[in-house]
Design a protein around this ligand. Structure first.
Ligand SMILES: [Zn+2]
Length: 365
């Protein structure tokens, strides 16, 4: 029996189907098709993010403090500016050349769009200065930040013909927004940059919904929630020390347990309130950018389908019903202010958390 079952086991490990032959060259050809498609998809989605971000950046300069810079709403790059694995098919996917930066994305209504620059143009020089072909996007960002809003003569090449156009940069919030391919519907900020995942962009059915995600993250960054969270953790820590100290005076050592719990609770209690505050202030950001807030709250019904546990309980964030309802009410508040001709200024007030804090990890979303 032992021998028989061992043989059966051995037979099971053998392939029993006659699988088709897959020649290496055919796999390579299909690999290239998928790589080209993925690259086009990535930059197509990035264009959508850039479009929405440009409107939010330029409509909310006053809230971004010193984190503002001159910009023209254009993304251009070269194969050698990209991660190595994209270089061999960048030409096939997006017509990039190694000798001059190619325009990949022009935001709607931006200075670059107004100057007539379109996707696929090559951009050669700015005020006679040749544009770097390595680290191109960063080079352009720095160049325009230095130039400010002074009009710029840009030489572009389209269908082998050079033409000079005048672009007048505008000021906008400068925090970098990085779009990454990742399935989970998530976005985050550490105050230095915003990261938005492809799962989140796909979930947002309308640009106004996508704007609400970017507005939320920008609000976190502008309101200093990262720093406040650290400060709150410190307040929790200090409170814990006092309680431990009190117990210690009574002759009982708590071994720092109170301090540890309060440290967690201090960060947590405020994080849920911060999330609601970022939703609230973010809604004003997108209203100022001209987005219609009607139906933006539906994003939270879509999120509930993707993340059912968040309907009932969310440890670091408000639940999806709370976020849905708040967005709907804030939309009404903003519509009311618009109707009265009042400025679109959020009413800064304390936001009550809807649940007691419980210890858990922290992720801004
Ligand atoms: Zn958040």
């Amino acid at each position: 029996m032992v021998v028989a079952s061992a043989l059966v086991g051995a037979q099971c490990a053998m392939p029993i189907s006659r699988l088709p032959q897959l020649p290496e060259n055919e796999i390579d050809a299909e690999r290239r098709i998928q790589q080209v498609a993925q690259m086009r998809e990535y930059y197509g989605q990035l264009h959508r993010v850039d479009n929405v971000a440009f409107r939010i950046r330029t409509a909310n300069i006053a809230d971004c403090g010193e984190h503002v810079a001159a910009q023209i709403g254009l993304y251009a790059t070269t194969p050698q500016s990209l991660p190595r694995r994209y270089r061999s098919y960048a030409r096939e996917a997006l017509g990039m050349t190694w000798s001059r930066p190619t325009v990949i994305s022009v935001s709607d209504g931006s200075p670059a769009a107004q100057a007539g620059i379109v996707k696929g143009d090559e951009i050669i020089s700015l005020n006679g200065e040749l544009i770097a072909v390595t680290g191109t996007a960063r080079w352009l960002r720095k160049w325009f930040a230095r130039n400010g809003t002074k009009p710029v003569e840009a030489v572009i090449r389209r269908a082998d013909e050079d033409q000079t156009v005048t672009v007048t940069p505008v000021m906008g919030c400068s925090i970098p927004i990085n779009y990454v391919t990742a399935e989970e519907a998530n976005a985050a900020t550490d105050g230095e940059q915003i990261i938005i995942q492809s799962g989140m962009v796909e979930l947002a059915k309308t640009d106004a919904q996508l704007a609400s995600i970017i507005g939320h993250e920008l609000a976190h960054a502008n309101l200093g929630h990262i720093e406040k969270q650290q400060i709150n953790t410190l307040i929790g820590f200090a409170g814990g020390v006092a309680i431990d100290g009190g117990f210690a005076l009574g002759g009982i050592s708590t071994g720092g347990a109170f301090r540890r719990e309060l440290t967690k609770a201090g960060g947590r209690a405020y994080s849920v309130a911060f999330e609601r505050e970022a939703d609230y202030v973010g809604a004003y950001y997108i209203a100022r950018a001209g987005y219609d807030l009607t139906g933006v709250e539906d994003l939270w019904r879509l999120m509930a389908m993707k993340n059912p546990s968040g309907i009932q309980l969310a440890r670091t964030h408000p639940t999806s019903p709370v976020r849905f309802l708040q967005m709907r009410k804030v939309a009404a508040e903003i519509a009311d202010k618009k109707a009265r001709g009042e400025p679109l200024t959020p009413d800064l007030r304390f936001v009550q958390t809807e649940q007691p804090p419980s210890p858990s990890g922290e992720l801004m979303r």
